[in-house]
Design a binder for this molecule. Structure first.
Ligand code: CA
Length: 510
């Protein structure tokens, strides 16, 4: 009798563990990771030449952060930081990956998707991947493995590299969509794809006409939005983790025709309008499916706004992609990595609030581990801080006392500590560095300015007597107009030493 009661109890416990209701307390998590969206690119962060009602609504219903950063100012390493919770410089990743690069994340490494899977979530990555496929190099004609599915995602659909660089196709799970084995990819030939501007890449890949024909960059935004909506609907009975990496607003600026001409900032602004619509598609779906109240949405960007071909047009029309911040994408200056960050979770995150907590995309894994009540192993998310208390409450003390930043150039690996920002070299460290002069991709006018006045620069060049490194007090000088390193040598020295310790350490997670 006793043993049958015990058996019944075990069954009851097992049924409880296996039943969907056991997970009902687990909120869905949707990370919308915009591409190249700058600090000044949305109306809730001060833009006046574009209108972003859906993103603004997230801010009204949630919390807007004013001191949120990506740990790298470049697409690929920024994504590496977000997924692994580890600074990308630890794996020596500084630059975007292109056509011939294999997966740069070790499948043995724990990703944020692994953490969510451990807690019973359905996981998907939809959108721009940009972390490589395959071991060593991708075989575009074969199985693209390892890739997102080997890093904890149940499903993947999206762009393998980026809008501007080949291959111009979609990938679903392990395969290029629509690939005809009788018409394979051919390296070093150019694809006949309806790509509308700024097609780049020394390494070209043509052939595969059927697969290329399915890809038209004007319809990438709407295609990805529809995939995200479909995946949410099909998986809504599980707790959801969706990493939705839009290609908006990376160049080329190719909004669907219905958004063209709708902004006052040219095609650049129109592409922001399409991004805002994409956000609205996600929130509308959550409302319609009745799961909005149990969903944490995090909306942010992979790096700061860029001053490129269309970006320059927008600038001339009075739009400032990074607001009044100094510098652009690729830079160690604030414009390179201070980004919009909005968190909405009805009933859990106080609506309409603003936070000045220092937070980063590298913090996602520790935060979602805390959300799902998991302890990370020592080697997991080694630079990730749990910022959940800053999402749902108002911690009296800063969660982070420091944060490291990578620019395009490894000479510009920089450190934030309290109000202070230390950059161990001159200039921004990105393509807008006045020493570079022209954009290396070619075709762009010279980029002899940083968007702001800076005491080390004159006529777009570093002054001959400028200090060899930079120090800014962001509380007094958020726009980095005056380098105060000569007035504060002891602070610079201490930060330089701390940065060295961080680089040589295995991690910084508390
Ligand atoms: Ca980017």
């Amino acid at each position: 009798m006793k043993s049958s009661i015990r058996a019944f109890q075990l069954w009851a416990i097992l049924l409880f563990i296996l039943s969907p209701s056991a997970f009902s307390a687990q909120p869905n998590v949707i990370v919308i990771f915009a591409d190249d969206l700058g600090y000044g690119d949305t109306s809730c962060y001060g833009a006046t030449k574009v209108r972003t009602p859906h993103i603004d609504q997230l801010a009204r219903e949630g919390r807007r952060f004013t001191d949120a950063h990506t740990a790298s100012a470049v697409c690929t390493p920024s994504r590496y930081c977000l997924l692994t919770g580890e600074y990308a410089f630890r794996g020596d990743h500084w630059s975007p990956v292109f056509l011939k690069v294999g997966l740069i994340v070790d499948p043995q490494q724990t990703t944020v998707a692994d953490v969510m899977k451990r807690s019973g979530y359905a996981t998907a990555c939809i959108g721009k991947w940009h972390l490589g496929f395959g071991s060593g190099a991708p075989d575009w004609n074969g199985e693209l493995k390892p890739g997102p599915l080997e890093l904890g995602f149940d499903y993947y659909f999206g762009m393998p590299v980026v809008n501007s660089h080949p291959p111009f196709v979609y990938v679903e799970n392990h395969r290029v969509v629509g690939l005809d084995p009788n018409d394979p990819f051919a390296y070093d030939t150019v694809a006949e794809t309806p790509i509308h501007e700024e097609k780049m890449g020394i390494d070209q890949i043509g052939g595969a006409k059927a697969a290329h024909a399915l890809y038209d960059d004007t319809y990438v935004g709407t295609t990805l939005a529809n995939k995200a909506v479909t995946w949410i609907k099909e998986n809504k009975n599980d707790p959801l983790f969706l990493y939705f990496a839009t290609t908006n607003i990376h160049h080329p600026f190719t909004p669907h025709p219905r958004f063209q001409g709708t902004s006052e900032a040219g095609r650049y602004g129109d592409f922001i309008h399409e991004l805002d619509w994409i956000v609205g598609e996600v929130t509308r779906t959550l409302d319609e499916e009745g799961i909005a109240d149990n969903t944490l949405i995090l909306f942010t960007s992979d790096n700061g706004g860029m001053i490129n071909l269309g970006g320059q047009d927008a600038w001339r029309l009075g739009h400032k992609q990074n607001g009044e911040l100094l510098g652009f994408k690729f830079d160690a200056w604030e414009g390179g990595h201070r980004v919009p960050f909005i968190a909405r979770w009805p009933g859990k995150i106080p609506a309409g609030t603003v936070s000045d907590q220092l937070i980063s995309n590298v913090d996602l894994i520790a935060t979602l581990a805390a959300l799902t009540e998991q302890d990370l192993q020592e080697e997991e998310g080694s630079d990730s801080f749990n910022i959940l208390p800053a999402l749902t409450g108002d911690p009296e003390k800063p969660i982070r006392d420091h944060l490291a930043f990578a620019a395009q150039r490894r000479t510009h690996l920089s450190l934030r500590e309290g109000d202070w920002m230390y950059i161990p070299a001159q200039g921004g460290g990105g393509f807008s560095n006045p020493n570079v002069g022209t954009h290396p991709f070619g075709g762009y006018p010279a980029l002899h300015f940083a968007g702001q006045v800076n005491s080390d620069m004159e006529n777009g060049k570093i002054k001959p007597d400028a200090p060899k490194a930079q120090l800014y007090n962001l509380r007094e000088d958020l726009h980095q107009t005056k380098n105060v390193i000569q007035e504060n040598p002891e602070i610079a020295l201490a930060m330089s030493e701390r940065l060295s310790k961080i680089v040589s350490s295995k991690g910084t997670r508390p």
